[in-house]
Design a protein. Structure first.
Length: 46
């Protein structure tokens, strides 16, 4: 996946696990503002 998401662009539907291992879907927040923040290698020795 090499698509670049631009500021203000709608994100595609996706699912992730939260810190407790519970599945969370972007559609769980439908109608709400969501900030997506990705931190590659955050909190690692890399």
């Amino acid at each position: 996946m090499n698509d670049v998401i631009k500021v203000g662009q709608e994100a595609f539907e996706f699912n992730l696990k939260d810190q407790n291992g519970k599945d969370v879907s972007l559609k769980d927040f439908e109608g709400k503002k969501v900030l997506l923040s990705f931190h590659p290698l955050a909190w690692t020795a890399g």
